[in-house]
Design a protein around this ligand. Structure first.
Ligand code: FES
Length: 112
């Protein structure tokens, strides 16, 4: 008889940075997906199975306006026609052109 002991392999200390893009409506989590660098919020929403209405898809109409709850979605230097300063102050972003920087939480509704 030979004793054979199985040792549990230590879980490698992998990077814990797996950014996630989450879509909420109020307190309800509608869906989430892995962050893909360079993808817009609309593209992330599609991956998450969440529908964000769009029209122009170029930052002009404001149809895709969402509210940034957490994280970074940088704004262009010159605001697109679909966004105004007072909306930006309320954390509005345009999902069709908004490209997140890592983890973000977004409410799919506009701020106002
Ligand atoms: S769909 Fe028109 S601003 Fe995004």
């Amino acid at each position: 008889m030979s004793a054979h002991s199985v040792t549990a392999e230590e879980t490698p200390n992998v990077e814990t940075a797996h950014p996630v893009v989450r879509f909420l409506q109020g307190a309800n989590l509608l869906g989430q997906t892995a962050y893909v660098a360079g993808n817009t919020l609309v593209e992330h929403a599609e991956d998450a199975g969440v529908k964000i209405p769009t029209n122009c898809t170029s930052g002009t109409c404001g149809t895709c306006m969402v509210t940034l709850l957490y994280g970074e979605v940088p704004l262009p230097e010159i605001l697109p026609p679909g966004l105004d300063d007072y909306l930006v102050e309320e954390c509005a972003r345009l999902a069709c052109i908004g490209i997140p920087n890592g983890d973000v939480d977004v409410d799919i509704r506009p701020p106002l």
